[in-house]
Design a protein around this ligand. Sequence first.
Ligand SMILES: *Cc1c(COP(=O)(O)O)cnc(C)c1O
Length: 396
Amino acid sequence: MNSYLADKNGYYGEFGGAYIPEILHKCVTELQNTYLGVIESEEFKKEFDQLLQDYVGRPSPLYLANRLSAKYGCKIYLKREDLNHTGAHKINNTIGQILLARKMGKTRIIAETGAGQHGVATATVCALMDMECVVYMGKTDVQRQHVNVQKMKMLGAEVRPVTSGNMTLKDATNEAIRDWCCNPADTFYIIGSTVGPHPYPDMVARLQSVISAEIKKQLMVKEGRDYPDYLIACVGGGSNSAGTIYHYLDDERVKIVLAEAGGLGVTSGQSAATIQLGRVGILHGSKSLVMQSEDGQIEEPYSISAGLDYPGIGPMHAHLATTKRATILAVDDDEALQAAFELTKLEGIIPALESAHALGALSKVDFKSTDVVVLNLSGRGDKDMDTYIKVMSLEL
Ligand SMILES: *Cc1c(COP(=O)(O)O)cnc(C)c1O
């Protein structure tokens, strides 16, 4: 029915699918045939909801940001995913996937990570469920994200530095897929965003859809209607935005604004604005928009925010952009930084640099005074203090 959701083969329009090596065929097919039955079962829902409530701290508040609203001349609510255990929305997904892994009899978990947030969220649920955990992380990122590496180790995970390519997220993902090919029987690969072969984009979107399910209930109480005029979220691979918009995809009253990372400027050659710069291609098992050279080599993305620094984008979002269901805005490094300092001063909330890109989109939209806006604050800024400190020292 819903043309913005995946069809049974994992396609969103022309995007999606499962482009995988022969050796993974059996375990990806097994996952495709299993995931819906499990995550829609009463047994799964009960345990998932309980953990989201008691372990993650859900529902996350929907906070009316009065001073921010006054500044932009509309009514802005912040969906506080920054208050979740481990500091971001990523834990919603890792809890869901590890419950599925356990149900499928898997004993070993692998994951890729860039900034380390997904790695920490995965290591956390592996500690919780007493599972072996291996996290692949580019060597460059290991050096840049020291504290998250230490957290993963403290949680009992093995962090494997990846030295191929640019030694960042794309290379870590390649290495995780390689591991999966060698260990398809006992290993479950927990992917951190709405990317990868079908069923991952659909599965991750469903697990994150708790965000929009809560927004509906919370808006009903606060506004007497269960939909906003605008939903705003940042996009790296697309999971926090997918969760934010999931239950509103077919509701044309709701405008969707997605903020991707402009880096030093979309045309600067130092950008991660994948939707605007990408062309149709296949990356990590899925057909989507990919930043690539004339001859199809993946181009290195750049953003000040490590969580938005990915050369691909989820197939759902590629489809939302090409059908114009969503408006895509690029927010540059300096605009995101400014927005982060603004939120901190106006509301006393230090946002993650990724979420600051969503905040940076506020000044680019022409709001009416009656507009109700829900902006997903995907994570907190603790992990980004080094960057913020550097900016402050330049300004002194
Ligand atoms: C990882 C991350 C993102 C980007 O990933 P999506 O899958 O696009 O949500 C955004 N915000 C925070 C806080 C993150 O940790």
